[in-house]
Design a protein. Structure first.
Length: 127
């Protein structure tokens, strides 16, 4: 996508989730993304940061799924299952689904190799 100089993008800053604006600095083959607080990224650095953010969030989801499994197991072990809301079988089925989702996500992360994995370092600071 080609942006006019200083045009806001729809991409959130990986550092603060603020709006990134695009700057070409007079070169059509170059683009710099800068957020409202001054985080600044070249295109390779932005891709690297977004890939890092993606991996972090995938692991965060796996963590939530692990916590759900632990909570549901506590529910079963402590006999909190209320048959009016969910049966023991419902809870056991949910535990299996949660375990399956976590395993699938783990396999996706471990198999994932983004092309931008060595794209560069993140720059920050005011422009
Ligand atoms: Zn920012």
């Amino acid at each position: 996508m080609l942006y006019r100089d200083g045009e806001p993008t729809s991409i959130a800053c990986p550092g603060c989730a603020g709006v990134l604006s695009a700057f070409t600095e007079g070169r059509e083959d170059f683009i710099r993304y800068v957020c409202t607080v001054g985080h600044s990224f070249s295109l390779p650095a932005l891709l690297y940061a977004k890939e890092d953010q993606f991996e972090y969030l995938m692991w965060a989801v796996i963590s939530v799924l692990a916590h759900l499994e632990m909570g549901y197991r506590d529910l079963l072990e402590r006999g909190y299952v209320d048959v009016a809301v969910a049966t023991r079988q419902d809870v056991e089925t949910r535990i299996e689904k949660v375990r399956t989702y976590a395993q699938l996500l783990r396999e996706l992360i471990e198999a994932d190799r983004p092309p931008a994995s060595e794209a560069g370092e993140i720059e920050s600071g005011a422009v």
